[in-house]
Design a protein around this ligand. Sequence first.
Ligand code: FAD
Length: 461
Amino acid sequence: MSKKRIVIVGSGPGGYVAAIRAAQLGAEVTVIEKDVIGGTCLNYGCIPTKTLLASAELFNAVNDAKAFGIYVGEVRADLQKIMERKGKVIQGLGDGIRKTFEKRKVRFINGTGTVISPTRIRVASVSGVEEVDASTVIIATGSNPATLPFVDVEKPAVLTSTDVLELDKLPQTILIIGGGAIGLEFACFFNALGTKVTVVEVMDYILPGGDKRISKQMTQNLKKKGVKILVKTGVEAVLSYGDEDVTCLLSNGEEITTEKILVSVGRIANSKGLGLEDVGVALDERQNIIVNDSMETSVAGIYAVGDVAGGILLAHVASAEGIIAVENALGNPTKMDYSVIPTCVYTFPEVASVGQTTDEARASAREIKTGWFPFSACGKAAAIGQAIGSVQLVVEAGSEKILGGHIIGPHATELIHEIALAIRWGITAEELSATIHAHPTLSESLMETAHSVYKQAIHIL
Ligand code: FAD
């Protein structure tokens, strides 16, 4: 029997993970990428931002070293060196994907793909135009930064998240439009390195959609560090673009002049110009490709995964969807399950959530119990000088199943996976509390939170 030919357009975490899984399952795989391997995640998103944040975190740590009995000389941040390191990290990880493709015999074409039919893709590259046959097509073309109609992103004072990654000089002041994950991560980066940061958010709390208690703690923490946060406030107009600054009018009537503004107001699916409408692939009103729970579009044999299919715009969701699309394309029917998706924000301190918030659990008419434990009562958090934040658990009364977990504090983005595992496999709060956790660890706080559901936490009253 001839091998299935899977052609994937886009090499981000949706596309490249789908490619590797398809190759593992014996398909003949081609990946078409118009830019660099790895997509937004590797080149303009997850990895570069976390690399910059690692520099900022180290800068903070060195500045705080005296409190640990460590004395260092002058501490200085060199943005160009920070950016150079970021470039090396991206290069190394990109090489890793390239080598895996080679080893798995995945064909990589650097060119722009257009869908001509469910079984044929046209690729335009520097070496000309070619057409590639496919038994299955997977669209994994990702998304681009959304902008505001009245903001001219071509002006040097205006930055998107992608532009920030190429800055060669730290601005003295920055206005960040949007208090979501990306906006706040950049707020922490700039704040740590000495830029005066203002964040405006149109909703009534930052990190909208997340747990409100965490948002409140994050607001207090950022304010303490000198970040100005204005909620229920938007930018209404840009009043002037100067050579060295930009002046905006806020919805509260205030005029604010800063050296740069960063527009981080969401992402737009990259679904236009791919020939999708011509072959009948349906899009929703936000340009997202409509898919079913097998990740198949309205046209049989064409799948879509990742940001281009809307929903939860995260790298690990794109990868999970990529695997589901491949499994289905290769004859193993399986459905995408969005019930347990950890969401992480790499701010200082970090934030991580999985499952339902208390509001969501109550709205679904469940009777719930909650547990809470502060890192101020955790020995390891004190030892590492990061006794800030807390853990919350949302538990279904009766079944005692864990419905949600929400953490703000040190290494929250790592700790959350214990709760994700518990929710995914139906582990109860009692079972979590009965699992011995090593001392001293931050993970003990999860066990203590589970104890606190039954008013039996050891280290809090
Ligand atoms: P992408 O990664 O966007 O890849 C799509 C690829 O398709 C691109 O390389 C593009 O060039 C290519 N392409 C598009 N059109 C064509 C065409 N016609 N022909 C050929 N190639 C084409 N998510 C997290 O989970 N954790 C994080 O910490 C995180 N941080 C982020 C920080 C920032 C600043 C940003 C912007 C995003 C962040 N994200 C994060 C989101 C994450 O990057 C995306 O959800 C993820 O990259 C989506 O993967 P994807 O495969 O769908 O698309």
